[in-house]
Structure formats: structure tokens, C-alpha cells
Design a protein around this ligand. Sequence first.
Ligand SMILES: *Cc1c(COP(=O)(O)O)cnc(C)c1O
Length: 354
Amino acid sequence: MKKHNFSAGPCILPQEVMQKAAQAVVELDNSGLSLIEISHRSPAFIEIMDKATSLAIELLGLQDKGYKAMFLQGGASQQFLNVAHNFLETKAGYANTGTWSTKAIKEAKLLGEVVELSSSKDANFNYIPKGFDIPSDLDYLHITTNNTIFGTQYKALPETNVPLISDSSSDIFSRSLDFSKFDLLYAGAQKNMGPAGATLVVAKEDALGKVSRQVPSMLDYKIHADKDSMFNTPPVFAVYTSMLTLQWLKEKGGISAIEKENEAKAALMYGEIDRNPLFDGFAAAEDRSSMNATFTLNNASLKDSFEAMAKEAGLNGINGHRSVGGYRASMYNALPIESVQVLVDVMKTLEQNA
Ligand SMILES: *Cc1c(COP(=O)(O)O)cnc(C)c1O
């Protein structure tokens, strides 16, 4: 039986994407060859890379706005370092909203002065600090639009004139934002796009290649942009699968269409968390993530029965991250609302049986 997959990442992808990707591993488009045995410089793969990057730009509404999309490697974690290499000249500002921001700050500190402009560490990162001062002499401000572990999400972007850079690994392509406000954003593929192994980087082209330090080639966004993500062998399977997911999203009506579905799923999930006396939400209500809902069971004696019922209902991946505890329901683009309903029904049944 297919499980209801609430895993935080790697995570659920559309079924049809899985099938097409599996088929391409066997044989790509009746070519007599597998996707993973052809040259990345073959016309067939160049077309795949072009499609994947142009779909990313199109879905984000960034056509003709001077942006370049790239598929790189090393995960979002590699970008923590790459961002600093490519943009940190004298001083960068970071908003610390959780585990991933903390790691981004640590890497940037290797290369220059880093100011932590705000932090919600005082409350185990259960909210998004707002209205903090942003000095005008920063090289950039780095934020994490969605905090996968703690379940918080910026509903509005900070107002600033300094270049804005974001780790959007866990909410890319899930909701409408004015993406032209970013100089650069990045996202590991494995949360809303494809398998692990590729990281999407979308950058304003004229912001690249400006830093005075010598950037090692593999860390240099300008080199990857100029080479159309083919400076070295790209992760062909991850790029192809991401392309399929982006095509799927476009056919569904793009970000504005999926955003409505994501809002409906989040409303159903948080509605039950708030209604059911056995559960408490973890994140501050106004900052709740539409992708990752974090919550706790307030009656420890029911833990075993809740988890047994969840398992019985085919729910997968609802355990919270060890730094938060409790539960986390990750509701990425491909998760159907029916799966959320199954989880909500289990929570209701637990209450009725208690
Ligand atoms: C998962 C995640 C990461 C880490 O991604 P890797 O690809 O494993 O390096 C970083 N930031 C956020 C917001 C994430 O959700």
C-alpha cells in the first residue's frame, strides 16, 4: 500500500514524475539509451537542462528580469559557503531563524564579518523576528524563508535596500512571492523538486562576479552561470527529475494554483491542531509554515497509541526533528489533501478514544 508520506526531506514527489523518471533510467524517449548513460553534452541532455532552468525562471515569474537559474551540487549546505565566497566583501547580515540559518552563519564567518541581525533562539526558534534594523552598508542580508525543522515561515519579506539572499529549500515553488526582490535564492532539490543531488540557484546575473576575492572555480556562481550549469558533469538524474516536477507544476497552473492547494492543506492541518485538546502547535500562529506543521501531543500516555494508529493508517514521516520533538507534518506540493485528512482523522479518533 502506498503510504501517506509526510517526510520532511527527501520527500514526496508526484507519482507521475516518479514513473517518468524511472522510465528514463531504463530508456530516455525511445532513444535506445538510458538517461544516466548519455553524455551531459549531448543535445538530448542540453535540452533537458535548458528546459529545467527555463521552467524554474518562468514559474518564479522572473523571465526577462535578468535572472539565471543553475543546477549545482553539494546541497543547500554547500551554498552556505558559496554565498559568502561570492558576495561577502566586508560585512554580511544574517537573520537567525533556526538550525539551517545557524549553519549558514557559521560558514559565512569563515570569510568575513557576519552580523546576526535577529534571532529567535530565545524561544527555540518558534517564531520569525520582524522589524529588526538592517544596516545599509551590508553586502547582503541572508534569510531562510521557511524553517523546515521548527515550522516557521516568513509571511512578508524584510524591507531592505541591501541585496537579499535566501535559503528557500523547503518552500520554493510553494507560494507566490515577488521573487525579483532576491539577488539570489537557493534550494536543495529534495524538498519540492526532485531527488537529492541537485541544488537550484537562481541569481540576478549582474550581481555575479563582483566580489574582489579569488573564488575557487567550483564555488564561483559566475563560472557556473556562464557555463549554463555545465562547468562539470551535472547530476543528470536529479536535474531531469526536477524538470519533470516543474513541468507537472506548470501543467497544474503554476505557483498560484499550488499555493491555493497548500493553503487548504495547511488550514485543515492547523485547524485540527488548534481544535483538538490533545495537541498543541509549536510555532507562533502568525508565523506558521504552510509546508511543515510542527505540533506536540500534550498527553504523554497517549504517545504509543497515537503512533500505532498513525502507522496503521499508513502515515509516514510524522516524527518531529530531534531539536523540537513531537510531530511534524510536512505538506510539500505533491502531498494530496487526502493524506492530510487521514492524519486529521487519526488525531480525531485519538481524542474520541481517550
Ligand atoms: C534541508 C534543508 C537544508 C539542507 O539541505 P542539504 O541539501 O541537505 O544541504 C538547508 N536549508 C533548509 C531550509 C533545508 O530545509
